[in-house]
Design a protein around this ligand. Structure first.
Ligand SMILES: O=C(O)C(=O)[C@@H](O)CO
Ligand SMILES: [Mg+2]
Length: 279
């Protein structure tokens, strides 16, 4: 059965970041993930998760100057030293948090720089970072992002991401398949999941409603159907229960209790999964 992680960078915006961990536990999530934990001491985040009984499932490596629009460093020529320092920082956090998945963002193609130069940098940096992750018994993830939200991002499709994983051939490098981005960029989610999940190259999944990135309970995605499909594909392939990160902007925004009030989709998912035939 899939396990659900609350993405604490987006959920529970009415609470302080460390308080969000206990809120996710109270709401029945199985784990927590976030984009950037680096404004808080790792030891505090680890202690809060232990108190709440939830594992840390995923963090991103530092992604450059986020406030000024940067979206990762892995494919940016000339930023290699900063990228590698960021990976070291992320690995230190991951060690303290007991977290085994690190998402590394590629970045936006800089004006005047050839795409081929960016991709050569990406190849070198990913290979280096995946080896560091392997030494730390962690998995490095790459995630295609849609062009509406992140114009100019250097990794766009699932097929491209899978090609990187196959080309670099490092078992600790995998794809983070965010169904929200995939639906916007490519659609055809059933066939993509049927094609990609059995390969074993998908190391993490995420979801949000499409088109507005709110709760996955209306709009284009049929979440209970997708969760059941994922569950069936993973079980058939003999894989461990996949993690699915709930990475969305709660419809009720910062209204107190707004995230919890929007979790009908999680209860519906558990019911749909519990009632599916055992394989
Ligand atoms: O935007 C997403 O989707 C993510 O998973 C982030 O971690 C990266 O922008
Ligand atoms: Mg995502």
């Amino acid at each position: 059965m899939p396990r659900f992680a609350a993405n604490l960078s987006l959920l529970y915006p009415d609470l302080s970041f460390p308080q969000r961990i206990a809120a996710a536990a109270a709401d029945g999530f199985d784990g927590v993930e976030c984009q950037f934990p680096y404004d808080w001491p790792a030891a505090e985040l680890a202690a809060r998760a232990t108190e709440s009984g939830l594992p840390w499932v995923l963090i991103n490596t530092p992604a450059g100057d986020w406030q000024h629009g940067e979206r990762g460093l892995a494919a940016l020529p000339g930023r290699e030293a900063e990228f590698r320092r960021g990976v070291d920082t992320a690995l230190a956090y991951a060690h303290t948090l007991g977290c085994r998945r690190l998402h590394v963002l590629a970045g936006l193609q800089p004006p005047g720089v050839d795409r081929s130069r960016c991709l050569a940098t990406y190849a070198d940096n990913l290979a280096w970072a995946a080896r560091q992750a392997a030494d730390a018994q962690a998995t490095l993830l790459i995630e295609p992002l849609n062009a509406r939200d992140v114009p100019g991002y250097l990794l766009r499709t699932q097929a491209e991401a899978h090609r990187w994983v196959q080309t670099l051939g490092i078992p600790q490098l995998k794809v983070q398949m965010d169904l929200y981005h995939c639906q916007i960029s490519e659609g055809d989610l059933t066939r993509r999941l049927q094609h990609d999940l059995p390969t074993g190259r998908v190391g993490h999944l995420q979801i949000a409603g499409v088109p507005d990135r709110h709760e996955p309970d209306d709009g284009e995605l049929n979440a209970p159907y997708l969760f059941t499909l994922i569950d069936t594909l993973a079980a058939t392939a003999g894989q461990a229960s996949p993690w699915i990160g709930a990475e969305y902007l709660p419809r009720r925004g910062t209204e107190p209790g707004g995230t919890s009030a929007g979790l009908g989709w999680l209860r519906a998912a558990r019911e749909a999964l519990a009632s599916r035939p055992v394989l």
